[in-house]
Design a protein around this ligand. Structure first.
Ligand SMILES: [Zn+2]
Length: 184
């Protein structure tokens, strides 16, 4: 999943408005930040597969994206927020772990249970629905953004530009559409 992660970040913000928005938005993408660093360091491996959805093959992403490591990164990331209270730390930690939960339906079997585990999971919508995955993710973005906008209107302490935030997420999703195929 790509832009959908940010819709999840907004939804978590709407649920726990005291959690800093920057921490949630960094949190939902944190596993991909680690992935980028690990690929550069040669610890993880990705191969480009032009023409075959989703345009790349994640050959080894166990340190950034396995179930066990997602939990480790979530706990580590949230530990910086314990001083802000339990609810905020939990929200930030859940933002990090939500990345694994949302990648699971999209990724083909490349999400390990733990580093070097022989068991890999993933529903594989990117491959099973080369175009349909985009609509599935759009539906998720629609749900997350609606929740964010409704809560922002009702509570009023956050989301002054709620519709703009949602527009940015939708724009990101459009840039990532299989029709534009940017960066693939
Ligand atoms: Zn990811």
């Amino acid at each position: 999943m790509y832009a959908g992660h940010y819709a999840a970040g907004l939804a978590i913000k709407a649920n726990q408005p005291q959690a800093p928005t920057w921490a949630l938005l960094l949190g939902v993408g944190f596993l991909d930040v680690l992935f980028g660093i690990f690929v550069m360091l040669g610890i993880e491996k990705v191969t480009v597969t032009p023409g075959i959805s989703p345009g790349f093959s994640l050959d080894f992403i166990d340190w950034s994206h396995s179930l066990a490591m997602s939990i480790v990164w979530a706990v580590l990331f949230s530990s910086f927020f314990w001083r802000r209270g339990r609810a905020v730390a939990l929200a930030v930690g859940f933002a990090v772990f939500s990345h694994f939960l949302l990648d699971w339906p999209m990724h083909p079997h490349d999400l390990a249970l733990w580093p070097h585990s022989s068991i890999h999971i993933g529903l594989g919508l990117w491959q099973r629905l080369p175009v349909g995955w985009w609509w599935v993710e759009l539906a998720f973005i629609g749900a997350g953004c609606t929740y964010y906008v409704v809560r922002a209107r009702r509570i009023g302490t956050f989301g002054g530009r709620a519709l703009w935030a949602c527009a940015v997420v939708v724009l990101l999703h459009v840039i990532n559409s299989p029709w534009l195929a940017v960066a693939k």
